[in-house]
Design a protein. Structure first.
Lengths: 175, 186
């Protein structure tokens, strides 16, 4: 379902870049496009695999922190090369409340476009992107595969966005 | 900063408002962000006791709440119950803390209320705290401070304010790290 022409990057897309749009399955029956979240900050969480211990902790942590992300109007999207049925089982098992997108066919195409792919292991790398409400990359972070990056970096990045970048300029939030 | 950028540090630093066992003059302070229902925290509980007994007055132990309420259905109420008991004194807090870790498989509301009752805190007070108030506010504030401090799972430990990223199940290594931070010969 990937709609972006594949560009195989070896490094993360840099801050200031317009995040390439994509459309991926979020459940067996539904697809989600990045552009449909325009108007609010988006946290893209690339991770190697469902079920592996560190990822489990990482997505479980973000799941607990969703209300804090919500204070910045932000939407979290998880992305790995796992298929929709795998994502569905994982999401149910961990009681996750944010979408997991399947970068499954062509395998890893979106991860490669963002420079968040391990060519040797054939999995997404553990990369984080914070996009502003206009879809521009404002913060990135690449963790070693075995290290859970936590949520503090994401929250600091969201905190640093201006009200306009958060899509809340009219809501009277402090900058 | 996040984990990959080097050592995460405790924010805010330990203060008088924290629950602490041991002397404020101790040469090393060990902080745990924990979840009463988390099995790993359950495994860490006797290890922390071992550290305290081995280090004696050289260590001060601080506990902050990090309930993973989506993963553990009783974790939030357990934390609130402990904080409610804590409003009646530090001694009562630590007795409740220990009781919860010693009864991790029985943390439903009726059991929580029973443990609190045994420490002289009325079931009505516990039930009211689940609806909101000082105890819940404290749990939330601990959780937020945990996120800012780079907590990336439970338990997460800090030794003198710096996150301990080594394997805490390696008891000898954990003790050596505490002794080294305390400036005590092993």
């Amino acid at each position: 379902m990937a709609t972006t022409k594949s560009v195989e990057r070896r490094e993360l897309l840099p801050v200031g870049t317009a995040a390439p749009d994509f459309t991926l399955h979020s459940t067996p029956d539904t697809v989600a496009s990045l552009s449909s979240f325009r108007g609010k900050p988006v946290v893209l969480v690339f991770y190697p695999a469902d079920w592996s211990p560190v990822c489990g902790d990482q997505v479980a942590l973000y799941n607990e922190v969703l209300s804090e992300f919500g204070e910045y109007n932000a939407q979290v999207l998880g992305i790995s090369v796992d298929g929709v049925w795998c994502h569905q089982a994982f999401k149910k098992d961990r009681n996750l409340h944010f979408p997991l997108l399947a970068d499954f066919e062509p395998k890893g195409e979106i991860s490669k476009t963002y420079g968040a792919y391990h060519y040797d292991g054939g999995e997404s790398s553990r990369a984080l992107f914070v996009l502003d409400a206009d879809g521009v990359i404002r913060w990135t972070h690449l963790s070693p595969d075995g290290v859970n990056p936590g949520a503090d970096g994401i929250l600091s990045a969201l905190e640093a966005l201006t009200p306009a970048q958060r899509g809340t300029a009219t809501a009277g939030r402090e900058s | 900063m996040s984990a990959g950028d080097g050592a995460a540090t405790l924010k805010p630093a330990v203060s008088e408002s924290d629950h602490a066992e041991g002397s404020t003059n101790a040469s090393v302070t060990l902080v745990e962000y924990g979840d009463y229902e988390c099995p790993y925290c359950g495994s860490a509980y006797p290890i922390v006791k071992k550290m305290q007994s081995a280090m004696g007055s050289d260590v001060r132990f601080v506990f902050r709440n990090f309930p993973l309420k989506e993963a553990h259905p009783h974790a939030l109420h357990a934390a609130i119950a402990a904080e409610t008991v804590g409003l009646h004194g530090e001694d009562a807090f630590w007795k409740m803390h220990d009781a919860l870790y010693e009864h991790q498989r029985a943390l439903d509301d009726s059991h929580l209320s029973r443990y609190a009752d045994a420490l002289g805190v009325a079931p009505e007070e516990i039930a009211a705290a689940f609806e909101g108030g000082k105890a819940m506010d404290r749990v939330r504030s601990d959780f937020r401070s945990g996120i800012k401090s780079g907590v990336n799972g439970t338990p997460t430990f800090y030794i003198n304010g710096v996150r301990y990223d080594e394997d805490w199940t390696d008891v000898a290594g954990f003790l050596a790290a505490l002794r080294s931070a305390a400036g005590v010969a092993a």
